[in-house]
Write a protein that binds this ligand. Structure first.
Ligand code: GDP
Length: 592
């Protein structure tokens, strides 16, 4: 008997996929998602039910209707749909760039003679079923960093697998990344024009990574394509739109502004160019954009055709000129209409960061103080003790398939009712920078290596992203450590670490900024704007607090290195004297 996909049926019958799932549920048919399939007989039953639901009610003509007061008109604005944002991932040389190129060439509307598109990090494809926004930085590392700040930017991940090679290490990693970000996956089986293409092998191999193709009764959509001839690409786009439809994506051009940095670079002539994907609201020239502790005034915006635009609505990516420093891909973008508000947003971000660090430190202190106290005593009320599920998140790396399987097997046994060992990725070989990015997206995730070591570059990245890499030569030592993490005995501790020292050389009076700025020279290390500061006079600490701003000449900067002069503005202290020492420290996590 042939099968029919739930969302296809929903579309045919013009009902919402969610409603369709409810109807099926009421009929006792359990379907996890709308991309599941049902048999024809069930589909017929559903059709009959919906026809019944849609029948107009019989008129009740005999009774005159009671005059009803006019209802207050409810002005409820319908939030418009937005196009899905798609990322393309997969192993090197499997055809990601070729697929993007093919779509760009055939599906991007020609806006002007020649229709030359310029790379801004994302483009809009127009298909018969609607628009699709493609992030055109292929590769999972770009994707991972783009989602580093919480939610993913993409609504659908297309995993490209060459039919001539099937699953390769980076394919598995890309799939792990998409799964960790909870982004629905469509598999594009590419290069079907090649004589050695083996689509069936890819479909079978996908089962190893728990993606069961629909043809085998599963829910993973697979589309055979050729990025060279274009075969299957329309079907791929159609499936992307169908999958996106289930997510009911909406955005309000008049709502609160939300955007994300897709990429940023420094152009020798123009300065910092950052691509912002607008997710909600509208961005306009001369607005102020705020990214983390950085802000800038939008001086100009260009679209994917290199044309100047004055505003950008949801689903569009624009390159903006206006930042004085390069923002990081994946950072969220806020907007304000004036500079004062932009600064306030930054202050709030800073404060939140400091509060979070001190809350963590306080929680740690409380934990050690209360080791002897019962949870009830701690909570100060009798009754049920809440059992919170403890989740230990890991990336596991081992030297051979055999040791990896052994590790996976033993770790799986640690999963209990109140404990979950969440393995983001288990791979053979040394950890990669991609692993670090993957781990950095999950709170407290660690990279556990058995008989493999991280390269210098990967260690550096791990330091930067504050991800711990642990290396073991004996499997049971690794397991023992995981068990300790589960019991919570390897809790991180926090420490304030001195990172730089500056000497105050002159006092600059700036009444507009609300006080004095310390014109200083960095004697040692570096000063960071998000650090903590201490003012030392005659070897005694006279003030302790946070930094309000760091300036090099007229520009706000994030850090100032040893040997440079700068202006330091403190939150709540401005009675500087030449010769004062300003010590800057940061709160860092250290392993117990
Ligand atoms: P990426 O590293 O995943 O971005 O892969 P590319 O798009 O650079 O493709 C790698 C190579 O495979 C290039 O030589 C492409 O021309 C070739 N290629 C990509 N797609 C196809 C396809 O559908 N058929 C054939 N025969 N070759 C392809």
């Amino acid at each position: 008997m042939s099968k029919i996909r739930i969302f296809a049926l929903a579309k045919d019958l013009n009902v919402d996929s969610k409603r369709m799932l409810e109807i099926l549920h009421d009929m006792g048919v359990e379907a996890k998602t709308a991309s599941s399939s049902i048999d024809e007989e069930t589909a017929e039953l559903v059709k009959a039910l919906i026809a019944e639901e849609n029948k107009p009610a019989a008129p009740v003509a005999a009774v005159a209707p009671e005059p009803q007061p006019e209802p207050e008109p409810v002005v409820q604005k319908e939030i418009p749909h937005r196009p899905p944002v798609v990322t393309i991932m997969g192993h090197v040389d499997h055809g990601k760039t070729s697929l993007l190129d093919y779509i760009r060439k055939t599906k991007v509307a020609e806006k002007e003679a020649g229709g030359i598109t310029q790379h801004v990090g994302a483009f809009e494809a127009i298909t018969s079923g609607g628009k699709v926004v493609f992030i055109d930085t292929p590769g999972h590392e770009a994707f991972t960093s783009i989602r580093a700040r919480g939610a993913s930017v993409a609504d659908v991940a297309v995993i490209v697998i060459a039919a001539s090679e099937s699953l390769m290490p980076q394919t598995r990693e890309a799939i792990a990344h998409a799964k960790a970000a909870k982004v629905p996956i469509i598999v594009a089986i590419n290069k079907i024009d090649l004589p050695n293409a083996n689509v069936d092998k890819v479909m079978t191999d996908l089962m190893q990574v728990e993606l069961v193709p629909e043809a085998f009764g599963g829910e993973t959509i697979t589309v055979p394509i050729s990025a060279r001839t274009g075969e299957g690409v329309d079907k791929l786009l159609e499936n992307i739109l169908l999958l996106a439809e289930l997510e009911d994506l909406r955005a309000d051009p008049e709502g609160e502004f939300k955007g994300v940095i897709i990429e940023a670079k420094v152009d020798k002539q123009a300065g910092v160019l950052a691509t912002v994907l607008v997710q909600n609201g509208t961005l306009e020239v001369s607005d102020f954009v705020v990214v983390d502790e950085l802000y800038g005034k939008v001086r100009a915006m260009t679209d994917g055709f290199g044309e100047r635009v004055s505003s950008a609505t949801p689903g569009t990516a624009v390159q903006i000129l206006g930042f004085s420093e390069t923002p990081v891909a994946g950072e969220l973008v806020a907007r304000s209409k004036n500079e004062h508000l932009a600064r306030e947003i930054i202050e709030t971000t800073k404060q939140k960061r400091l509060d979070a660090a001190s809350a963590k430190a306080a929680a740690k202190r409380l934990q050690s103080q209360s080791a002897a106290m019962s949870l009830e005593q701690l909570l100060g009320k009798p009754g049920e003790i809440p059992v919170e599920k403890r989740v230990v998140t890991l990336v596991v790396r081992a030297d051979t398939q055999g040791s990896l399987e052994a590790l996976n097997g033993i770790l799986a046994r640690e999963n209990k009712e109140d404990v979950e060992v969440n393995i983001l990725l288990a791979g053979i070989g040394a950890p990669t920078e991609g692993d670090v990015l993957l781990a950095s997206t999950a709170e407290g995730a660690k990279i556990m290596c058995f008989s493999v070591t991280a390269s210098g570059g990967v260690k550096k990245m791990a330091d930067l992203k504050k991800v711990e890499i642990k290396t073991y030569r004996i499997i049971y030592e690794l397991i023992e450590d995981v068990q300790k993490m589960i019991r919570g005995t390897i809790e991180p501790t926090y420490e304030e670490r001195l990172i730089g020292k500056a000497e105050v050389r002159m006092i600059i009076k700036v009444p507009k900024a609300g006080g004095n700025i310390a014109g200083s020279y960095v004697l040692e290390g570096k000063l960071m704007r998000n650090g903590k500061a201490r003012v030392i006079r005659a070897k005694k600490e006279i003030w302790k607090g946070t930094i309000a701003g760091l300036k090099r000449f007229k520009d706000d900067v994030r850090e100032v290195m040893h040997g440079f002069e700068c202006g330091i503005n403190l939150n709540g202290f401005d009675e500087f004297e030449p010769g004062d020492i300003i010590e800057v420290s940061e709160v860092v996590e250290i392993s117990a």
